[in-house]
Design a binder for this molecule. Sequence first.
Ligand code: NAP
Length: 352
Amino acid sequence: MTLSVGVIGTGMIGRDHIRRLTQVLSGVKIVAATDIDRGRAEAAVPDGAEVFDTPRALIQSDKVQAIVICSWGPAHEEQLLACIAAGKPVFCEKPMVTSEAAALRVIEAEIASGRRLVQVGFMRRFDADYRRLKAVINGGTLGAPLMYHSVHRNASVPAGLYTSEMPLNDTLVHDADISRWLLSDEITGVEVRLPRRSRQNEELRDPHLVLLHMGSGAIVDVEISVNIAYGYDIRGEVSCELGVAALPNRPATVISDAHGIRQAIPEDWRERFIEAYDQEFREWIAAAAAGTATGPSAWDGYAATLTADAALRAVASGGLERISMIEKPRLYEIPAVLAAEQFGAPFTRAGS
Ligand code: NAP
């Protein structure tokens, strides 16, 4: 079966996903697209695909079996709710939504629909290095995780896109999600510290040091930078009771010349996570073709939104901001069961 997909938002990542869905992956066909700028959508789609005037018309079209949302965050809620109302599987780029109330509305609608339809674009969970790291932690040979050090550095951000909230709303969500996933834990509190301003751009508050307090008592520190200048640099190291497990450096050609011995650094997320995005969509296509979703869920989108909100409060208060989640609905136990099949059950410490 070939899955007929419509894409909402044909900007930077929308076009990259269209390339992957048309040129890299099989079992899928782009049949429709829409964008605020109709010309941008027309230029992005393959021959024969229909360009719709509105997301709603695309979602309701009989031609479209599943939807990929790549519009900007504040538009996601309305588009997600329309996909759920139409009973169609939907892949939604992060952030799933931009407020706790919106996340709860998505969760309620999905529960009312009776099955999982939403996958959120947390692509790190599909990266082979993160998957090996999770398998080591779950394997338990290093004991319980105590700390996770996450480094998330972006070279720069286009001036028009930067707001003081952007690193916490748009960027931290990846680290929040991967911390919960790697440690099989929930975030219960957030603190944020800011160093002196960088002369790279004195208007920005960047970088941020974020501390995530996990339910088990483990602590995560995250260095978030959207202005590091030298490239896209993602690192991760988990300190456990009996040892440390870290993401490896990405294999890259070693260049020796008059400047020394060095390896290239990825320019941006498209390069660093290219295989992860491919795998993310491979698994999404398989689930969507079966009429459901199995990857990062609306629950994970909700958790990331709460973390971003708490981080913003923590900047203002300078203290620890607590997170309280609703009880996890049964519908969202499915990804945990699948993860245990793939990576082994989460390691639990006797007596804890
Ligand atoms: P972008 O280049 O600005 O593209 C977004 C596109 O969607 C633009 O063409 C925009 O039109 C259009 N759009 C916005 N609201 C719309 C609506 N209501 N209906 C139809 N089209 C709409 O942004 P991007 O970098 O591609 O990011 C898109 C989303 O992906 C964001 O949520 C972002 O956080 C996420 N993202 C995820 C990753 C990842 O690693 N997973 C990486 C990058 C981006 P206008 O420009 O006219 O507003």
